[in-house]
Design a protein. Sequence first.
Length: 112
Amino acid sequence: MHQHHHRAFYIGVVSVFAIVVGVFALYFPVFIDAYDQYGFQIKCGTGFGSDLSQAADATGGDYVDQCGTALMWRRMWSIPLVVFGAIVLAGVMLVEATVWGRESVFGEDQAA
C-alpha cells in the first residue's frame, strides 16, 4: 500500500470522527446554568430542535433568550463540523476512487 493510501485512510478516519462528534453534539440536550422553580436545570432542547417550554415556564429570569443563545452556540460549532467532515470524506473517497481506478487499469499509479 502506498503512502498516499495510508494518508487518505487516516484523513478519512478523522473525517468520520468529526462527523460523529458533530452529530452527537446535535443529538445531546442543551442546558443553561439556571434552574426552574422546582430545582431542575433548564433544558432548551437539542441541536436538532428547540424545546423552550421549561424556559418559558420558569420564573426569575429571561431564560428563553438564554436558551436561544445556548442553542445557537451549539449549532454554530457542531453543524460546520459535520459539514466539514462530510466534505473532506467525500473528497478523500473521490480521490481514492480515482487513484484506485487508475492503478487497477494501468497496474501502478504513474503520478506517485
